[in-house]
Design a protein around this ligand. Structure first.
Ligand code: G3P
Ligand code: CA
Length: 259
């Protein structure tokens, strides 16, 4: 039977909050993930890096300067790389004021805090930020994920990276955690990648309906980033993508429900 638009069920596309609801709250913080959840995101995408004393924290850039007050607190530690600071030093930083005084005092979270805070209430898509300075980060991420097996289900936790070789290693460590590969592989590579990856995640500027179909034909899902405008979100949904990363989960929720 023909269903009218008003009753058509919303498209299945996963609403993935890019670094949390990062248009409205400081990125990669517990506040940004909590806001994403209140805006009906299904998943919070977070960036994971390693500190000098081998703790895992949420931070996008290799340096702390853009999203914390590190230059005020540690003026003589240029270039203020995450990997040159201990967790205790990083925990002294304000990771909210740069965004808005409303978030003064928000801290840089550890991966453990994010896993505990989420506890299945919102999915997590953890992007491992690889660098030659932390060759064992995949093993460390796997160890911390092992500690939180209680709330896992395949659509609640996934790991992604630009470094596909490292993701192959990660898959051997944790075959039960779905992997997404960042980037746009040539079509002739899809069969091999489907051997360990469940999804591809690529910039929407590189996406076509045909490419989505080719990836689906290989049994992999397609995620894309980073869409804020409703018209772009509608086009991506029309391609049949499985997830959209956005800084504005409220916009994606609205489009999914016909607003
Ligand atoms: O997940 C895709 C996207 O997060 C990768 O780019 O720079 O936002 O971490 P970036
Ligand atoms: Ca990311």
């Amino acid at each position: 039977a023909f269903t009218s638009a008003a009753h058509a069920s919303p498209p299945e596309v996963d609403n993935i909050a890019h670094r949390g609801a990062s248009a409205y709250a400081p990125e990669n913080t517990l506040a940004a993930c909590a806001l994403a959840r209140s805006q009906r995101a299904d998943t919070c995408e977070l960036d994971v890096q390693q500190t000098k004393d081998d703790h895992l924290v949420l931070m996008h850039d290799q340096t702390l300067t853009r999203t914390t007050n590190v230059e005020q607190v540690f003026p003589d530690r240029s270039p203020w790389r995450v990997s040159d600071f201990t967790l205790a030093e990083i925990k002294r930083l304000d990771a909210g004021s740069w965004f808005s005084s409303h978030f003064r005092g928000e801290r840089v979270p550890t991966l453990r805090e994010a896993l505990r805070e989420s506890n299945g209430g919102i999915g997590l898509l953890l992007e491992v930020k690889h660098s030659p300075r932390n060759p064992d980060i995949d093993r460390r991420v796997a160890a911390e994920l092992q500690e939180t097996r209680s709330w896992w289900s395949s659509r609640r936790l996934a790991v992604q990276a630009f470094d596909w070789q490292s993701m192959r290693t990660f898959h051997s460590l944790m075959p039960q955690v779905p992997i997404a590969l960042l980037g746009k592989p040539d079509l002739d590579k899809l069969t091999e990648l489907a051997g360990f990856a469940k999804a591809l995640n690529l910039p929407h500027s590189e996406l076509t309906a045909q490419y989505v179909k080719s990836v689906h034909d290989k049994g992999m899902r397609v995620y894309t980033w980073r869409a804020q405008k409703r018209a772009v979100i509608r086009r991506l949904i029309s391609y049949g993508v499985d997830g959209i990363m956005t800084n504005r989960p409220d916009h994606l929720h609205g489009v999914k429900h016909g607003r």
